[in-house]
Design a protein around this ligand. Structure first.
Ligand code: NAD
Length: 381
């Protein structure tokens, strides 16, 4: 009989292909018990131990139910020691950027979470997929649509799951907005406004201001949130975009965009307006509908978010968004539940990002988009 390795078992389980095999080999499945199936916690390796991994993801992984922090990938020997002692990480689960590919042989690691500068997302997501690991890729998915395609293809070929680090899809206020849209609680959306911006004063040498590493400025960093909320706030992909760029601090923003506004047309007739900037603070979502309105302010920080509708305020208890997001992805792998932020969603947003830059480059010309339902339909087994 073919030896069923843990990786094979997980892969088949995640593909929904184990049903009959499990029945046929029930004693084997039982023998694998909690470690392999129901109740198992998946091991995550964080790649890149910068601010987001340090202050959000690693603390969140102390409270997750379906996954845990099992490994790290870093270019810093000092961080290896600090993280190993703080989080009790075994030496065999610590990698650098050079020996990372040998993670393929490490059965403690099921998921690789890529938390590097944007231009490194594609390389490490693809290397992770080739190593047979499921992948979570931070936003923006890459620095071009071509990179997004390459990541999606690599994950498909390897038979691994791919999720975006779009934490808000696991967050209760955002889920409530999606419910309003689906159930038409306030009727049809006729106008959506989304802002995502912060004022940057930091080190001018930071990678976010370096186009080769970031792929762009405010738009790729914060604008993806306003693109996202325009889409889940209407339930549709835009059919056109027209965009404008503004620059007031060219000495600081030498290579990357400072402020961008854009207007969307949606197939159902709604219009949308987004604002993103590295030169101002803004964080909101507002939708005007034919039977009322709904809004979130703040709409996209780490929470707690706050919401109000034409029927009154909405309130949900606060939980770490990153905890909810990583548990949702692990649960998708283990139990075939919804992949709330599949790779296709990251690619769709990058198509819109490229169209916005194209509109600006071509004198604010309206750019037609042909996205169909891309990224709107969640994946499950
Ligand atoms: P950061 O600058 O704090 O960390 C980046 C890490 O990458 C550092 O550990 C750095 O050492 C490492 N690195 C490796 N090669 C590098 C290079 N050539 N240049 C610079 N750094 C290099 O950044 P961050 O805020 O942790 O962001 C990392 C990623 O996470 C980005 O893609 C960002 O968009 C994303 N992010 C997502 C969220 C979210 O809410 N989903 C929040 C913050 C950041």
């Amino acid at each position: 009989m073919k030896k069923i390795t843990r990786r094979y078992f997980n892969r088949r389980l995640s593909e929904g292909l184990l049903g009959t095999a499990v029945l046929a080999h029930a004693p084997l499945a039982c023998a694998m018990g909690g470690k392999e199936g129901q109740g198992r916690s998946l091991g995550i390796a964080l790649v890149g131990l910068g601010s987001y991994s340090t202050y959000q993801l690693a603390p969140a992984l102390q409270n997750t139910k379906h996954c845990h922090l099992a490994g790290i990938v870093t270019g810093s020997r000092a961080k290896e020691q600090v993280w190993a002692s703080k989080y009790n990480i075994e030496t065999k689960n610590i990698y650098n950027y050079q020996n990372f590919d040998t993670i393929a042989n490490n059965e403690d690691i099921d998921i690789v979470y890529v938390v590097l500068p944007n231009s490194m997302h594609a390389e490490f997501s693809i290397r992770a997929a080739k190593a047979g690991k499921h992948v979570i890729c931070e936003k923006p998915m890459g620095i071009s649509v071509a990179e997004c395609d390459a990541i999606i293809e690599a994950c498909k070929i390897a038979g691994v799951k791919l999720g975006m680090g779009y934490r808000l899809h696991s967050e209760p206020y955002t889920q409530e907005i999606k419910r309003y849209v689906k159930e038409k609680t306030f009727g049809e959306v006729s106008y959506i406004m989304a802002e995502a911006a912060y004022r940057s004063n930091g080190n001018p040498a930071q990678w976010r201001l370096n186009k080769a590493l970031s792929g762009g400025g405010a738009l790729v960093n914060m604008g993806v949130y306003s693109i996202q909320s325009s889409i889940y706030g209407t339930g549709e992909n835009p059919v056109s975009v027209t965009a404008q760029e503004f620059s007031t601090r060219p000495d600081y923003f030498k290579e990357t965009d400072e402020t961008i506004t854009a207007q969307f047309e949606f197939p159902g007739g709604a219009t949308g307006s987004i604002f993103t900037s590295h030169n101002a603070n803004a964080n909101s979502l507002y939708a005007s509908c034919n039977k009322g309105w709904f809004s979130l302010k703040p709409a996209n920080n780490y929470g707690p978010l706050a919401g109000e509708t034409s029927r009154g305020p909405i309130q949900f208890p606060h939980e770490s968004q990153q905890k909810l997001q990583m548990d949702d992805f692990a649960s998708h792998i283990l139990y075939g539940t919804e992949n709330r932020a599949p790779g296709e969603m990251g690619k769709r947003d990058m198509i819109i990002v490229e169209a916005i830059y194209q509109s600006i480059a071509e004198g604010n010309r309206k750019i037609a988009l042909d996205l169909g339902k891309m990224g709107l339909v969640s994946e499950s087994n």
